[in-house]
Design a protein around this ligand. Structure first.
Ligand SMILES: Cc1ncc(COP(=O)(O)O)c(C=O)c1O
Length: 399
């Protein structure tokens, strides 16, 4: 395990395997938020006194950290949002609503999360562009051939998760980025599940837009990032107007808005959240993204080997490069399994994992999901396996 002692919540025997839903927070993240609230609370970009100037420095310092973390070109390309869902809604309703025309094509897959599907479905009804779903292979993966097969001269956007939350497959985004460049296609990356697990380089992968949430990368809830290549982001129309994003307005109807990034950050932002996200980035950087990934893969291998010793177990996605494993135990309903495991303080996720179209491909709309992170360890996996060995007890919990 890596740095488990930094996660106080795990001291009481909690076995947390639901990291794709949200992650635990290390002490330094919590401390940075408490420090803001107890030592220098002020609004950002509005005051001329010490605390306010300190907040400005911290807040803009985090923008610089995010820029470096994802290798963006400029801090103007980093917009603080409430999280992935808001980032995707901004991209789709603030940019694509102007960019896309009737008859254009947008490529998604049936493994995408609701926030990278529903805004597209909604906008396509208004504009009349077509959504095509790239077929997944027998291991539910996106192959380059499948992407190529779906590209036509009408394809304007490919919008995919880097790692999916349900299957946990890692998409070949460097190659897809190249295809997008060659075919003049915008590449929108949902980095929600990868940002805390893999090194991301927006330039290397030719990303046009990207969204992620801090709470999936050891940071607080209610804050995240929208990244956009500057020349493209310039054309994203604000979907929120208010304080902090304008330079002037008057009763004759005149108003003028600021340049990036302030233009897209109307109103008082989640300052404490931004500061906490900065601390999470420092933490991840100090541990090292490669080290985190390698550790997760070692744990995953152990998990799969141990799970295979359980009678009646069905594993759906052994063959992927992330810490996500989907399974079912015999004919037990996944939620019953999750409720059973809860009595051992083992937290897993059961259900369809917000990827509601996936059952069209996977033939099972309900699965159990273990998603690993740096603070998990082999003893926890042993406890999970021991509990599942006694599967005849699963229904006892319910009565
Ligand atoms: C792949 C993926 N995209 C988007 C989201 C939405 O993230 P949030 O709820 O933090 O906005 C999630 C959340 O689980 C996710 O897993």
């Amino acid at each position: 395990m890596l740095n488990r002692e930094d996660f106080e919540i795990l001291n009481d025997g909690l076995i947390y395997f639901d990291n794709a839903a949200t992650t635990m927070k290390p002490r330094c993240v919590v401390d940075s938020i408490v420090e803001y609230y107890t030592k220098y609370t002020a609004n950002a970009h509005r005051g001329d006194y010490d605390n306010s100037l300190r907040v400005d420095k911290k807040y803009e310092g985090v923008r610089e950290k995010v820029k470096n973390f994802i290798n963006a070109d400029s801090v103007k390309e980093i917009i603080f949002t409430k999280g992935s869902t808001e980032s995707f809604n901004m991209i789709i309703f603030g940019f694509m609503s102007v960019y896309l025309k009737k008859g254009d094509e947008v490529l998604l897959t049936k493994g995408e999360h609701a926030s990278n599907v529903l805004p597209w479905l909604n906008l396509s009804k208004k504009i009349g562009f077509n959504i095509k779903y790239i077929e997944l292979d027998e291991n539910y993966r996106v192959t380059l051939d499948a992407v190529k097969k779906n590209i036509s001269d009408k394809t304007k956007v490919i919008s995919l998760a880097h790692i999916t939350n349900a299957i946990g497959d890692v998409r070949p985004i460097e190659e897809i980025g190249k295809l997008c460049l060659e075919n003049d296609i915008l590449f929108v990356l949902d980095a929600t599940q990868s940002i805390g697990h893999l090194k991301i380089d927006v330039k290397k992968y030719n990303i046009s837009f990207m969204g992620f949430s801090a709470h999936k990368m050891l940071g607080p809830t209610g804050v995240g990032v929208l990244y956009g290549k500057e020349e493209i982001l310039e054309n994203l129309v604000p979907i929120e107007y208010g304080g902090g994003m304008n330079t002037a307005f008057s009763s004759d109807g005149y108003y003028e808005i600021k340049s990036l990034p302030a233009r897209l950050e109307a109103g008082t932002r989640n300052i404490a959240g931004v500061i906490g996200m900065g601390s999470a980035i420092d933490y991840l950087t100090s541990v090292g993204m490669d080290k985190i990934h390698n550790y997760e893969m070692e744990l995953k291998k152990y998990l799969i080997n141990r799970m295979k010793s359980i009678p009646n177990i069905k594993l759906y996605n052994e063959d992927n490069d992330s810490g996500v494993l989907l399974f079912n135990v015999g004919n037990y309903f996944s939620q019953d399994v999750a409720i059973y495991l809860n009595q051992f303080k083992i937290c897993i996720r059961a259900g369809n994992h917000c990827a509601k179209m996936l059952h069209e491909v996977i033939c099972s709309s309900n699965t159990c999901r273990v998603s690993l992170y740096l603070y998990n360890n082999k003893e926890e996996i042993d406890k999970l396996v021991d509990a599942l060995m006694n599967q005849d007890k699963i229904l006892d919990t319910l009565v």
